[in-house]
Design a protein around this ligand. Structure first.
Ligand code: HEM
Length: 372
């Protein structure tokens, strides 16, 4: 897609096709994401009323698809349970899970790193954080795959129903014996005497599965592919582990796991010279903004120790990714453990068929690597 983004940035940076407006420049992308009054995230408003009613009964709309003031209130509440400090405390557990996964392929010179590491790691971590018993893990993986499959197109009602029932049961269990897992923290969370409702806790739990798993899998896979394309990267990180966080930021910019997001226009406004009006859809190309030559010198180049890197791979403004500290932590720990175990890891035969088949996500379904 990168070539297309580059062409659009230079020829059609704000491009309209009927009610759809596509934007490609960093300046416009950040302006739209910063102006939630004009550019709404409330996609459930578009649903047929009967469908909407059914869905609202199962789970409240998550913060991802709410505008202020509801967004502000809910985000404040869930942030209480999802603080950067809390997330940092999961590091030992993440390292343990990473090593257990890598032990399985220990001694093998080739394996599929998606299957071995990048796919299971985020699911196992989020399950641990939510306090889900190991025996339910398979179900979890299946649900999160189902959610991602329909992402951007609609709703998988059966999955939503099963998940709502499951989390509802978990909430009942935890109410009897609160501990320090995320569900318990969400039950306890309080701002100005307000608590989360059952539907809100369910909505947020579902969002964590949908927003956190495939994205982090893709970040890790994209890192392996990008380092492989730039020989010497892996060795350099092995010798200089303190560079890993910087390198991960550059992967996020260069190969963004979430390529685009959307907004719904709810009042008249402008993007550059283009007038927009209620009913217009905005396709916000984060990946294109991340390669904007007006913002990033040598923007189409991967520079492992890039200094200034204000990429928008985690979004921008009030919806900035709540899970960014967790994704960064998982990626850092995974790269640290890989560079401790191996002299080099190289992706072999990366083929377009192995790419995730989606215009929203960028990643790999399988990735054969050679490890030495
Ligand atoms: C929001 C990307 C990992 C939870 C977002 C948004 C982006 C994003 C672009 C904003 C979407 C928009 O404004 O329309 C990513 C990427 C990830 C990642 C690239 C991995 C590399 C995670 C993880 C979690 C998570 C691990 C949690 C476990 C969330 C939540 C929101 C969000 C809750 C909604 C925030 C809000 O609406 O206020 N993410 N994400 N994400 N992300 Fe992530």
């Amino acid at each position: 897609p990168f070539e297309w983004y580059r062409k659009m940035r230079s020829e059609n940076p704000v491009y309209r096709e009927d009610n759809n407006v596509y934007i490609f420049k960093y300046r416009d992308v950040t302006a739209v994401l910063d102006d939630y009054r004009t550019f709404s995230s409330q996609f459930r408003d578009l649903m047929a009323p009967e469908m909407r009613r059914q869905l609202d009964e199962l789970s409240s709309p998550s913060i991802l698809i709410l505008d202020p003031p509801k967004h502000t209130k809910l985000r404040n509440l869930v942030s209480r349970a999802f603080t950067p400090m809390k997330i940092a405390s999961y590091e030992p557990e993440i390292r343990k899970i990473t090593n257990a996964l890598l032990d399985v392929v220990d001694g093998r010179s080739t394996f599929d790193i998606v299957k071995a590491l990048t796919y299971p790691l985020p699911v196992l971590v989020i399950s641990k954080i939510l306090g889900v018993p190991d025996r339910d893990m398979e179900k979890f993986k299946e649900w999160s795959d189902n959610l991602v499959r329909v992402l951007g197109f609609g709703v998988d009602m059966d999955t939503e129903r099963e998940m709502a029932q499951y989390f509802s049961g978990l909430i009942d269990e935890r109410k009897h014996s609160l501990s320090d897992d995320l569900i318990s923290l969400l039950i306890r969370a309080e701002v100005d005497g307000e608590h989360l409702t059952r539907q809100e806790i369910i909505g947020f739990s579902i969002l964590l599965l949908a927003a956190g798993n495939e994205t982090t899998t893709n970040l890790l896979s994209n890192a392996i592919v990008t380092f492989s394309e730039h020989p010497g990267s892996f060795e350099r990180l092995r010798e200089e582990r303190s560079l890993i966080p910087t390198a991960i930021e550059e992967v996020l910019r260069y190969r963004s796991p979430v390529q685009s997001t959307r907004r719904l226009v709810k009042r008249e406004g402008r993007i550059g010279d283009m007038k927009v009006e209620p009913g217009d859809f905005i396709f916000v190309y984060l990946q294109s903004a991340n390669r904007d030559e007006d913002v990033f010198p040598n923007s189409e180049e991967f520079i492992i120790d890039r200094k200034e890197n204000r990429h928008v791979a985690f979004g921008e403004g009030i919806h900035f990714c709540l899970g960014a500290p967790l994704a960064r932590l998982e990626a850092r720990v995974a790269m640290e453990e890989l560079t401790k175990r191996y002299g080099d890891i190289r992706a072999v035969h990366v083929s377009p068929e192995d790419r995730v088949d989606s215009f929203i996500m960028y990643g790999y379904r399988r990735l054969e690597v050679q490890a030495s």
